[in-house]
Design a protein around this ligand. Structure first.
Ligand SMILES: [Zn+2]
Length: 452
């Protein structure tokens, strides 16, 4: 028998230890950045105490990944648990409590990584120790990868593991970011489970014009045309494409809502009116942005470059654009939409592109995850959803691994804080009871699925 009050406390203690190790990824890609080694070693120590044999794997010094396995009988392929150990920066002055102190106030553990995603690292570690200790007869190996460098694009973390150490992490399914946290909408509780994530298409658009002297203004200079293009892009939406996974999400959420929200939401799935509904009937700007990102490819202008001397009109001006593509949308189709939105006939150069990933919710594992959440919160509604960002799921997709976002946390429905706003935000924190709930749900989900 597992004593959940003891295991919950262990999980909380481990999470607090991990938060106190400041694995801040500044995105330099260098050996000294983030320094995930200390956190990886902390986890490895917990694994060794449970009789497991963790491996520390690095592509660059101190950018450490920890991988560990509990063996099953091999009759079914492995299940992988994944959490990244790096975190984004925290501006301590803007926080109410030390972002690396892991202090407990008002029932919450405060600190960078509490949600994104040292909670999953701590929960997975505890689950591994329980699987080892309970000597359960598992049909699948369970692998736990605690990885480096996710916040800067995964090159030293999950991509390194998938490309250079595939046998350490090869699995049929992965559970990781982002999902199974409770979200409250109009008095109902939902548990989104990530089944898809958008692709990335970073583009540089270049405008060329006649160079000239600053004393002779040119209304068609590269800089002026670039500025017009950026304004156009910022003020219009790309065309709406309500893809199946998003329609399914919206319909399942709408079903539980009262009128009139139910009807407003449902109409978002009709491409002809979606933009209208979004702009005029969805009042909350946060919801507007998040539904907008679900229903279309998006393009954010982020870096502008032109000129170097105040009295010279430069002959070229560029804007870098962070493009995100829906599953099923080709890069060519996205570039066509982008060209149309920018106007002015720019040269487009793709700087980086990563495909979208999608896993069907019509699997035994998805149904098991949803049932497990409901067992632990009978008032909650699990719903499959797509995230606009990207996660380590992209790296494992290269090995054919299907991923779900499943890092369970329960928030108090009365609490004002929203999960998504704490991602990379100030005052990131997680309810102590929500972590204890989460580790139990994760254990049930993993052991239940891997025993059969
Ligand atoms: Zn994350």
């Amino acid at each position: 028998m597992i004593d959940w009050s003891v295991e919950g406390d262990r999980c909380v203690a481990l999470l607090r230890d991990l938060i106190r190790i400041p694995t801040v990824n500044r995105g330099t890609g260098e050996a000294g950045d983030a320094n995930e080694r200390v956190a990886a070693e902390r986890l490895a120590e917990t694994m060794r105490e449970a009789g497991l044999e963790p491996k520390l794997i690095e592509k660059k010094k101190d950018r450490t990944n920890m991988v560990v396995r509990v063996k099953g009988d091999g009759s079914r392929p492995p299940l992988l648990l994944n959490a990244h150990l790096d975190v984004v920066e925290a501006d301590a002055g803007a926080w109410r409590h030390d972002p690396f102190g892991a202090e407990i106030h008002d029932g919450y553990i405060w600190g960078r990584g509490a949600i994104d995603m040292k909670n999953m690292a701590a929960m997975s570690a505890i689950v591994m120790t329980l699987l080892a200790r309970e000597k359960e007869t598992l049909k699948r190996d369970v692998i736990f990868a605690a990885v480096a460098d996710e916040e800067a694009g995964c090159a030293l973390g999950s991509i390194h593991l998938a490309d250079d150490h595939p046998d350490e992490v090869r699995a049929e399914y992965m559970l990781g970011e982002i999902g199974a946290f409770s979200q409250h909408l109009f008095g109902r509780t939902f548990y989104p489970i990530q089944v898809a994530e958008k692709g990335v298409c970073w583009v540089r658009a270049t405008y060329v014009g006649e160079p000239g002297h600053g004393s002779m203004p040119d209304p068609d200079s590269a800089v002026v045309r670039l500025a017009r293009a950026v304004e156009r892009l910022g003020s219009r939406r790309l065309p709406m494409h309500p893809i199946a996974v998003v329609r399914d999400f919206i319909e399942r959420v709408a079903k539980e809502l009262p009128s009139p929200q139910k009807h407003v939401l449902k109409r978002l799935t009709t491409p002809q009116v979606a933009a209208l509904i979004l702009d005029h009937l969805v009042k909350d700007p946060g919801q507007q942005r998040s539904f907008g990102a679900m229903l279309a490819n998006t393009a954010s202008p982020t870096v502008l470059r032109a000129g170097s001397k105040v009295n010279v009109i430069p002959g070229r001006a560029t804007v870098d654009i962070d493009g995100r593509t829906l599953p099923g949308q080709s890069e060519a189709a996205f570039l066509e939409e982008l060209r149309e939105a920018l106007g002015g006939d720019p040269q487009l150069e793709v700087l980086r592109s990563l495909p979208a990933v999608e896993t069907s919710p019509d699997t035994a594992l998805y149904r098991h995850l949803a049932a497990t959440v409901q067992k632990h919160d009978p008032t909650g509604h699990p719903v499959p959803y797509m995230i606009p960002g990207f996660t380590d799921a992209k790296a494992y997709a290269r090995l054919g691994t299907a991923s779900y976002g499943f890092a369970p946390v329960k928030f108090d429905p009365m609490d004002e804080i929203s999960f998504s706003r704490m991602y990379h935000g100030h005052d990131e924190r997680i309810p102590v009871d929500g972590v204890k709930w989460g580790v139990r749900v994760l254990y049930d989900a993993v052991s239940g699925f891997c025993r059969v």
